[in-house]
Design a protein around this ligand. Structure first.
Ligand code: CMC
Length: 446
């Protein structure tokens, strides 16, 4: 054992210590003390590496499965206070943006850090709108999928394929190139999404209409049939725009971490977006809205809700659309979504599944199981009902999440690329497998 030997902090850290902005750690294995700086209520994991039992020791690491208490970056994009139910993009509360902004304006804000001037918004809208067309070969590519292929599988493949059409996207440190890929990605995601939908119906692809708004054009590419000019219903167009605003970014969630992690290898943004979209596909993330609707259909009627809740409490089921990794309060997006649901029902008729959803929420918010675990409705609890009422098949729900999240993914990717502290993502592990052993020939194996 090494004797107790306090390690003297460097001079700059002493000042911190005087202000109590440091952490003193005693290693009880050796009796040594270490002082590590604290900044933003955080210590640097690498500062723990100096804590060793002897010189051959690798040094102390932290164990944090799923990184639930590890900040992997410094970000200035999205702020969440999960306990208070606060969400802000670049400082602006989500409630204000949902009320006053449009998706394209919000995407600009997320990507550039400030709300655009009139001229900036015009320029931004022009460029995104003029990148909505996709190469005709992409259509052939989509035609290769089965009619019942899941649209998320199709869009993941299609967005990855875009990288082969735009080899200039590899110039990730060229600002002009990044700007162009941003226009292309935000412009083309709705087109790819709509084409996957039309493919599943066996309908001819409907081309973008540059005179329509971002959500209006998306509705046009989805639902246009024989009309010479498609005119989106303004309530549905605005509802979709607000849903897009709500889904634009959500700091370091699973798909954003995928975007940053894959992007940290310096691959082109289309390949990184394909990875992020794949992460979003899972039922615990962007696939939850689809899972909620399947759950409501399975419950079937209001009087079967108590039975279902019993199954949830006994661990046989999950109440999909409830609970969140960071919100331990009502998800602020869910409140807005609930409001939009009624606006959409006014146009499309009341979705009868809303009564089952409301009863689930009513029971859950009063039940000890959910109260103790701080399980509240998340953004996905009501979105599925809206999408279904608007005529989307369930499989399209996660796609409707991927379209707006593209702006957040790109902003986070760019922030990662331009951060001199970032490197290729490479977490550590605690190896608990076999120690070295010799190969056993087949006829000697038990
Ligand atoms: N239904 C029933 N019990 C739940 C649920 C749920 N939806 N979510 C968490 N719990 C329980 C869980 O079983 C655990 O209980 P216990 O302490 O007895 O073991 C406790 O609550 C804590 O759960 P956890 O898994 O540690 O919580 P988490 O914060 O790691 O998980 C979550 C977050 C979103 C993965 C989880 O709540 C969940 O699976 N929810 C359903 C899926 C869903 O709606 N996902 C959409 C998330 S919002 C959209 C997005 O941003 O992607």
């Amino acid at each position: 054992m090494n004797p107790t030997k306090p390690i003297v902090a460097p001079a700059s850290d002493k000042t911190n210590a005087a202000r109590r902005e440091s952490l003193t750690i005693t290693d009880n294995r050796t009796g040594r003390q270490y002082e590590v700086p604290v900044q933003h209520d955080t210590i640097r994991a690498i500062d723990l590496r100096q804590i060793k039992v002897n010189e051959d020791d690798f040094g102390m690491m932290t164990y944090d499965p799923a990184y639930t208490n590890t900040a992997s970056c410094i970000s200035r994009i999205t702020f969440i206070d999960g306990d208070k139910g606060i969400l802000r993009y670049r400082g602006y509360p989500i409630e204000e943006l949902a009320e006053k902004s449009t998706y394209l304006e919000t995407a600009y804000l997320i990507l550039h850090g400030e709300l655009p001037t009139n001229a900036q918004l015009e320029d931004w809208t022009y460029h995104v709108t003029h990148h909505t067309f996709i190469h005709e070969s992409i259509k052939k590519f989509l035609d290769g999928f089965h009619y019942d292929a899941h649209p998320m599988g199709m869009i993941i493949s299609a967005v990855a394929a875009l990288s082969t059409f735009y080899p200039d996207a590899k110039n990730i440190f060229d600002e002009d190139s990044r700007r162009k890929q941003t226009w292309r990605l935000i412009g083309k995601m709705p087109t790819l999404a709509a084409f996957t939908y039309r493919h599943s119906l066996g309908m001819p692809y409907a081309y973008p209409d540059n005179e329509l708004s971002y959500p209006g054009n998306f509705l046009n590419m989805l639902f246009r049939t024989t009309e010479l000019k498609y005119r989106p219903n303004p309530t549905l167009e605005r509802a979709l725009d607000v849903l897009f605003i709500l889904h634009a970014d959500h700091e370091q969630n699973c798909s954003t971490s995928a975007m940053r992690g894959v992007g940290s290898s310096h691959v082109d943004p289309y390949s990184a977006i394909a990875a992020a979209t794949a992460a979003l596909y899972g039922p615990l993330h962007g696939g939850a809205n689809e899972a909620v609707l399947r759950m409501l259909l399975e419950i079937g009627s209001v009087n079967r809700v108590p039975d279902y809740i019993k199954q949830v409490k006994s661990g046989e089921q999950k109440l999909m659309g409830f609970g969140h990794c960071v919100y331990k309060n009502y998800d602020p997006r869910a409140k807005i979504v609930k409001h939009i649901a009624y606006e959409v029902f006014d146009v499309m008729g009341r979705n009868p599944l809303i009564d089952i959803a409301l009863e689930c929420e009513r029971i859950a918010l009063e039940d000890d199981y959910f109260v103790k675990r701080k399980l509240y409705p998340n953004v996905d609890f009501y979105t599925g009902l809206i999408y279904q009422s608007m005529g989307f098949p369930m499989t399209m729900f996660p796609v409707l999440f991927a379209i707006p999240r593209t702006s957040g993914w790109i902003a986070q990717w760019q922030e990662m690329l331009l951060d001199p502290e970032q490197k290729i993502a490479r977490p550590r592990q605690i190896y608990l497998g076999s120690d070295e052993r010799s190969y056993i020939p087949m006829d000697h194996r038990g």
